[in-house]
Write a protein that binds this ligand. Structure first.
Ligand SMILES: *[C@@H]1O[C@H](CO)[C@@H](O)[C@H](O)[C@H]1NC(C)=O
Ligand SMILES: *[C@@H]1O[C@H](CO)[C@@H](O)[C@H](O)[C@H]1NC(C)=O
Ligand SMILES: *[C@@H]1O[C@H](CO)[C@@H](O)[C@H](O)[C@H]1NC(C)=O
Ligand SMILES: *[C@@H]1O[C@H](CO)[C@@H](O)[C@H](O)[C@H]1NC(C)=O
Length: 381
């Protein structure tokens, strides 16, 4: 896909070895200028990696694996799983939904971040990370973590969106626009909008400690961004009806995730409580009121991997990915995949988004696919 800049930089480096390091520096930031698009097969695929809890690599032991697995299990198994699932799924984007590193066991946050994201970086696939509640528990603050992440190769993360940097809470809030397929009439329009939000770490309500939440300033930014994107979607040339569908990614679930158990979730299981904030900041209500976002994807509660639908919005857990994260022995570490498919027009060219599907990949011998489901379908026009 949009690799023109990298190719031309490579040609340029042939002119003078002196410029090679300069070129590499340009490559590592060039991802920001990349335009993400649906591929020529009319699909866009996202891999969600939740809760790697990476620490120091080979010396960091796994948690909650079978006794027989304990001796040969470390952070490197998290790395191996990621390499395998990337090679198998070949996603267009990789999203890390926080607790990327497990701060309290980390010696050097920079080294741990670099190691944690290494398979994504090596794949050259664009990636985005938001923070969880554990990332900042070692040598870097939340702001410093995001400042480091945005310098890594092929990331599309931002410290914050420039237009909102002066008022938005948290670090790593961001929006990505996925354009229509190349050679289609929607190639210059965003047909799928992704929102990444910082759900914070902890705060106090009186003397009670609570997990973080999406604050009002972030909801205002989401509302404005969503409205702005809808205006662009509706305007000439090729004006479209309504709003393009959206997906939101963040770490800490909001209290509405409590609405589901293993019986009435659409797919997947609940095996532990929802670690949401003890107050409700209203983000679920804001999303339902705006209506463009069809599904939210969180991490945080490693033993829950369900999707459930409430008021037309899908609430999905990723399921724990990392081996140094708490888990359940014998219950495989897992990753969530989301695919959006485009409508094919009568002319044979690709149109707007037709459906959004999801499934999970287990870290077993065959990377088993489970819980395939449709999250959203466009209404026929
Ligand atoms: C971790 O990786 C080692 C080395 O490849 C492998 O032998 C072991 O089975 C893996 N453990 C788990 C729990 O996947
Ligand atoms: C998209 O924008 C480019 C640059 O402005 C233009 O050359 C191209 O014709 C546009 N494509 C469509 C399908 O509107
Ligand atoms: C799911 O079941 C639980 C327990 O019976 C109930 O409290 C909850 O309201 C149900 N949720 C939905 C979305 O029906
Ligand atoms: C966002 O917009 C919706 C309606 O579009 C509104 O109900 C909600 O209060 C707004 N939220 C904020 C925080 O401005």
């Amino acid at each position: 896909m949009a690799n023109n800049k990298r190719t031309s930089m490579f040609d340029f480096s042939l002119f003078s070895m002196f410029f090679v390091s300069l070129c590499l520096a340009t490559v590592s930031t060039s991802a920001h200028g990349r335009k993400l698009s649906f591929s020529v097969n009319g699909q866009f695929k996202i891999l969600q990696v939740a809760d790697m809890h990476y620490a120091n690599g080979a010396t960091t032991r796994c948690q909650n694996v079978l006794p027989s697995q304990l001796a040969h299990c470390s952070d490197l198994n998290t790395t191996a799983f990621m390499s395998r699932v990337i090679a198998t799924e070949k996603p267009d984007l990789i999203v890390f939904t926080g607790d990327n590193i497990f701060g309290s066991d980390v010696k050097d946050a920079v080294k741990s971040l670099n190691a944690a994201f290494a398979p994504a970086i090596a794949s050259k696939i664009p990636w985005v990370a938001v923070l969880g509640n554990h990332d900042q528990e070692s040598t870097l603050t939340r702001q410093e973590l995001m400042k480091h992440i945005v310098k890594l190769p092929n990331t599309l993360s931002k410290v914050n969106p420039p237009e909102a940097a002066h008022y938005i809470d948290g670090f790593g809030n961001n929006n990505l626009q996925i354009h229509g397929a190349a050679e289609s009439s929607l190639h210059n329009k965003s047909v799928l909008n992704l929102y990444f939000l910082d759900s914070g770490d902890y705060f106090k309500v009186g003397n009670r400690k609570s997990y973080g939440l999406i604050k009002t300033s972030q909801q205002i930014w989401y509302n404005q961004t969503s409205k702005h994107l809808q205006r662009e979607y509706n305007e000439e040339p090729n004006p479209q009806q309504g709003a393009a569908p959206g997906l939101a990614y963040f770490h800490i679930p909001f209290p509405e995730f409590w609405s589901f158990d293993s019986e009435n979730a659409t797919k997947g299981v609940r095996q532990e409580e929802t670690g949401s904030a003890i107050i409700n900041s209203g983000f679920f209500t804001t999303l339902v009121a705006r209506g463009d976002v069809k599904s939210v994807f969180v991490g945080h509660d490693h033993l829950n991997d369900f999707c459930g639908e409430l008021k037309g919005l899908n609430l999905c857990y990723g399921g724990g990915f990392g081996y140094h994260a708490y888990g359940k022995a014998g219950w495989e570490r897992r990753a969530r995949v989301v695919v959006a498919d485009l409508n094919k027009k009568s002319t044979g060219s690709w149109g707007d988004v037709k459906s959004i599907r999801t499934w999970k990949r287990l870290d077993d011998q065959h990377l088993s696919v489970i819980d395939d489901q449709v999250l959203w379908k466009s209404s026929p026009n």
